[in-house]
Design a protein around this ligand. Structure first.
Ligand SMILES: NC(=O)c1ccc[n+]([C@@H]2O[C@H](COP(=O)([O-])OP(=O)(O)OC[C@H]3O[C@@H](n4cnc5c(N)ncnc54)[C@H](OP(=O)(O)O)[C@@H]3O)[C@@H](O)[C@H]2O)c1
Length: 229
């Protein structure tokens, strides 16, 4: 009898599909195009949220993504989603988050940078961080800063950087950071937990430091956090 129960349990485990999530990717720009297909390749279902879901650009992106990806409006895309990726202009993230409706219980991945032009240089355009702004608008969601520190090309081709590329994760929910860390690892990148949401501002600052050197007469540089053994 006991061996029969074990046999049935083993069959159940073998027959169970891998855990997959529905991921709403808001936006159809460079970051959405990088992350959507990467997450689909890990078996997740992608629903893009676009202002123009009927455009050829949006429909082609969904068709190229695989795993039966689809595209709809921003507000409809989040309805059945476990995870929401805000791949949208950084200075509009508050307004766009408010427009998405109830995000309670969902994981929100925030790859944005609040870049504001000040003459020739870019500055950090908010008093706190975009991640804290999103968390305040959606207090019952679990917001995780991720993917904002590197170019979209490196996201899809980490080997091009010649070494491990790390992704700092900032947010208050350990379980949400664990889920996002699995997505990061699945892309061949290296997740590093940098603490709570109050650290997101410093993670956003990394990109601003980088971009201002890159587009100035000073030396440009690449940077990768790297775990110590
Ligand atoms: N590009 C990079 O390499 C990179 C890397 C790391 C982080 N980031 C950050 O990630 C975010 C997205 O970057 P991106 O390069 O993907 O930007 P992007 O190419 O400009 O795409 C942003 C998308 O957001 C949607 N959008 C644009 N204006 C909007 C508005 N007024 N209201 C609502 N939705 C709007 C658009 O999608 P629809 O037209 O379909 O609505 C657009 O395709 C930014 O905050 C950026 O700082 C970028």
């Amino acid at each position: 009898m006991v061996s029969r129960i074990f046999f049935c349990l083993a069959l159940l485990i073998i027959a169970s599909p891998a855990l997959t999530d529905t991921i709403a990717v808001i936006g159809t720009g460079d970051v959405a195009r990088a992350l959507g297909p990467e997450f689909a390749a890990q078996g997740h279902t992608i629903v893009y949220g676009s202002r123009s879901p009927d455009s050829a650009k949006a429909r082609d992106l969904a068709a190229e993504t695989g795993q039966d990806a689809s595209v709809t409006t921003q507000v409809d895309s989040v309805v059945g989603a476990d995870i929401v990726v805000l791949a949208v202009p950084g200075m509009l993230v508050g307004e766009i988050t408010k427009g998405l409706g109830d995000l309670s219980g969902k994981i929100i991945i925030d790859p944005t940078n609040p870049l504001q032009r000040d003459g020739l240089r870019l500055t950090h355009g908010v008093d706190t961080s975009n991640t804290e702004i999103i968390q305040a608008i959606a207090p019952d969601a679990k917001v995780v800063k991720a993917f904002n520190t590197l170019n979209w090309k490196t996201m899809i081709e980490p080997a091009s950087s010649g070494g491990p590329v790390s992704i700092p994760l900032a947010g208050d929910s350990r379980s949400a950071k664990k889920t996002v860390a699995e997505l990061v690892s699945g892309m061949g990148l290296e997740p590093i937990d940098v603490g709570g949401v109050e650290n997101a501002r410093w993670v956003e600052g990394m990109l601003i430091l980088w971009i201002n050197n890159r587009y100035s007469t000073r030396d440009s540089f690449e940077y990768h956090l790297r775990k110590t053994e």
